[in-house]
Design a protein around this ligand. Structure first.
Ligand code: ADP
Length: 445
């Protein structure tokens, strides 16, 4: 009786979109950033320093020699290929290794040298004449603890007498064990077990306490309380340091609770800007037309490398197979991949094996790939309620001074709703987003 119409509209219904939205787990994101980073991030912004007692001297060094480290440690630092301290290290290191010890809260984005700084401080403080744990470093996850441990082991390469122990899942000790390692790097739960339950070491004898990735730590269920429980058993003389990549109120309140009378240093992130980015939008009636628009643009301009952002995994997969069918080499980065798989995709892209990377929101902030000169928003960034997400837009399209130069951003608009989002973004940044006729992409140049 009724005519059944089968819709060709490939767009998933709204409920499905919300369900499939990619969530980034902060611990995973942080781990990936660490592994991806091939070196220091240089920032042009200034260091912001705050301290309770403005009379206490504050030093800064331009060389590692100026720190008067043990020669074996200095050798370790150079063997890692560090020639000079990073910006955050210039100020943090003299303070962290000074006597009397000073407490510190340091915040700067991932890749600025925090881990190397506190690892060096930890190793400097070890007294190998004493056979018990003296340095305790807490990390939010197993993987992050291992990462830090590996940095410590490399740095201590020429100090074989320093013993480092992981307190993480899989590492077990027999009841009654008394640890003789100097440095413990672990996750809060395991450290609680070893110290308070098994009495394998004495928290009150810890002289350096490091809380790394505080922002990730408080995002993990229960970790904050465990840290506080451990912290209660530390001695008043223990040097406390806390590191965080972000600077939210929650994190800083926790930091100030954990670290009394700190010197706080903060390296603000270099702002991303839309200068030098030409922004366009293309009107498309449906997903297939969006695909066609990409194909047209791709056919006309000589693209270095492009990143295409989709809202869901499903769209990303659909687009990838369609482009692959037409002979384009594409990489896909989405949330279901393991850390290793994501790294492999990024490495291949970075090495130029693929010209196009199709991705969901996952890690859009981590992809600082210089050779990318076109960013396509296959779907415009919106928040859970469907409103324009200008911050994400900026992270996708914007460049910092480091990457300078020119870029093109193309937004594919397929409904009144997405047109409105596009207009909102345009208004928000006060930068024109021009209409582009995808049939006639000569206009781009
Ligand atoms: P963060 O903890 O802030 O993310 P890391 O300490 O992990 O930063 O440093 C980021 C990257 O830079 C790592 O690959 C590290 O080996 C490297 N690195 C750290 N300090 C220096 C330095 N002084 N010189 C050169 N490379 C450095």
């Amino acid at each position: 009786i009724n005519n059944v119409t089968i819709s060709n509209d490939v767009k998933p219904p709204v409920a499905a979109v919300v369900e499939e939205l990619e969530e980034v787990n902060p611990a995973d994101a942080s781990l990936l950033m660490k592994i991806i980073r091939k070196g220091l991030i240089e920032t042009k912004t200034d260091l912001d320093i705050q301290r309770k007692d403005p009379n206490s001297p504050l030093y800064s060094v331009k060389t590692f020699e100026a720190l008067h480290l043990k020669p074996e440690l200095l050798r370790g630092v150079y063997a890692m290929g560090y020639n000079n301290p990073s910006k955050i290290q210039e100020t943090a290191l003299p303070t962290l290794i000074a006597d009397p010890p000073q407490n510190m809260i340091a915040q700067s984005q991932s890749g600025t040298g925090k881990t190397a700084a506190f690892t060096l401080a930890m190793l400097t403080r070890v007294d190998t004449a004493k056979d018990f744990p003296q340095v305790l470093c807490l990390s939010p996850t197993y993987e992050l603890a291992i990462q830090t441990g590996e940095v410590a082991a490399r740095m201590a390469k020429f100090c074989p007498e320093i013993r480092i122990r992981y307190a993480v899942r899989g590492e077990d000790i027999a009841r009654g064990t008394k640890l003789t390692d100097h440095v413990i790097i672990g996750t809060p739960g395991k450290v609680l077990d070893w110290s308070l339950k098994f009495h394998a070491f004495d928290l009150s004898k810890i002289t350096v306490f490091v809380l790394d990735e505080a922002d990730v730590m408080i995002a993990q269920q229960g970790h904050q309380d465990q840290c506080i429980r451990l912290h209660k058993h530390l001695s008043k003389k223990c040097q406390m340091m806390l590191f965080s990549a972000t600077y939210e109120k929650k994190v800083m309140e926790f930091a100030e609770y954990i670290v009394p009378s700190p010197i706080t240093i903060r390296l603000k992130k270099e702002e991303e800007v839309l200068d030098n980015i030409k922004q366009y939008y293309v009107r498309c009636i449906n997903q297939d037309v969006k695909y066609q628009a990409i194909a047209n643009i791709y056919g006309v301009i000589t693209i270095g490398q492009a990143i295409i952002f989709c809202h869901t995994r499903k769209t990303a997969g659909w687009l990838a197979s369609k482009m692959a069918q037409e002979g384009h080499s594409v990489g896909v980065l989405s949330g279901e991949l393991t850390v290793e798989q994501r790294l492999a995709v990024l490495d291949r892209f970075r090495e130029g094996h693929e010209k196009v990377l199709i991705t969901t929101n996952v890690l859009s902030r981590g992809i600082d790939i210089e050779q990318v000169n076109i960013v396509v928003n296959f779907d415009l960034p919106v928040d859970q309620t469907g409103r324009s997400d200008c911050e994400t837009y900026l992270h996708r399209i914007g460049r910092t001074g480091r990457f300078g130069k020119h870029g093109i951003a193309i937004n594919l608009v397929d409904s009144e709703q997405s047109m409105k989002v596009c207009r909102d973004i345009e208004r928000h940044f006060g930068k024109k987003i021009q209409l582009l006729d995808a049939e006639n992409s000569d206009e781009i140049e």
